[in-house]
Design a protein around this ligand. Structure first.
Ligand code: COA
Length: 263
């Protein structure tokens, strides 16, 4: 499918989505969000994509937020619709059954920070900045920011960030648990691709199981979470990839995971 505001390339099992509006620091317009939703659906429907990476075009920004130039046109009802559409796309991203890495190459503000938080984990450039600056515009985050941020960094820190609108460095974001790893700016993309390709070589059923069990488990009590884990353990146990994993170990060779869903 042809996209105007984003790029999508799938290579060696890794789908790379690039938000491509560098002149406005990759701000998310309604059309860009719509295309992102379409790209996520496209990735979901192809077995070729085993891992997804999302990043921003240019050297300065991942995504500097929702496109503020659209705001003056919106009334309250349209604003609610915009928030709901953004939330829908970010839920689709979060619920993709493959790992998704946010490759944060610069500003991840507002909707950019919210988009990164909808990924499985964040790798950031040492030049990246994170924040929820909506308060400086007299509004609040609308694409899940108040909710995902508080779940990731705790309520007090989430409130501080959303109430001050302050930007924090990649290292501060890592110290808070928002970012998994920080890389020198020039090494970020190669490091992300290295991890993405490593995960793409693993068993698809097991990758999906890790993602679903962790995500569902944090919403429930420990025993219920462990029950989810036991179910998913059994599902992974009877996959073709599990047979290949054990056989390869016993034959002292590298496993070749096919990544099929069938058992
Ligand atoms: N929506 C629309 N346009 C945006 C944008 C956004 N969220 N963020 C940046 N841009 C545009 C700027 O208007 C500017 O356009 P221009 O060249 O036509 O003037 C261009 O991107 C470059 O941004 P600029 O502000 O000149 O860069 P900077 O390096 O001085 O500052 C930021 C970078 C990210 C600190 C600043 O752009 C900013 O604060 N952006 C808004 C962040 C925000 O509030 N996001 C949440 C929105 S709900």
């Amino acid at each position: 499918m042809a996209y105007q505001n984003i790029g999508l390339e799938i290579q060696d099992g890794v789908a790379v989505v690039t938000i491509n509006r560098p002149k406005v620091l990759n701000a998310l317009s309604p059309d860009t969000l719509k295309e992102l939703g379409q790209a996520v659906a496209e990735i979901r429907s192809t077995e070729e994509a085993r891992v997804m990476v999302i990043t921003g075009a240019g050297d300065k920004a991942f995504v500097a937020g929702a496109d503020i130039s659209e705001f003056p046109k919106m009334n309250a009802l349209e604003a609610k619709h915009f928030a709901e559409e953004g939330q829908k796309v970010f839920f689709a991203l979060e619920e993709l059954p493959i790992p998704v890495i946010a490759c944060v190459n610069g500003f991840a503000l507002g909707g950019g920070c919210e988009m990164a938080m909808s990924c499985d984990f964040i790798y950031a450039s040492d030049q990246a900045k994170f924040g929820q600056p909506e308060i400086n515009l007299g509004i609040i985050p609308g694409f899940g920011g108040t909710q995902r941020l508080s779940r990731l960094v705790g309520r007090a820190k989430a409130k501080e960030l959303c109430m001050t609108g302050d930007q924090i460095s990649a290292q501060e974001a890592k110290d808070l648990g928002l970012v998994a790893r920080v890389f020198p700016h020039d090494e970020l993309k190669d490091s992300v691709m290295k991890t993405a390709k490593k995960m793409a070589s693993k068993g698809r059923v097991a990758l999906r199981a890790v993602k679903q069990v962790v995500d569902r488990g944090v919403e429930v009590d420990l025993k219920t979470g462990c029950a989810f884990e036991a179910e998913a353990f059994a599902t992974s146990f009877v996959s073709q990839d599990a047979k290949e994993g054990a056989t390869a170990f016993l034959e002292k060779r590298k496993p070749e995971f096919k990544g099929t869903f069938t058992s």
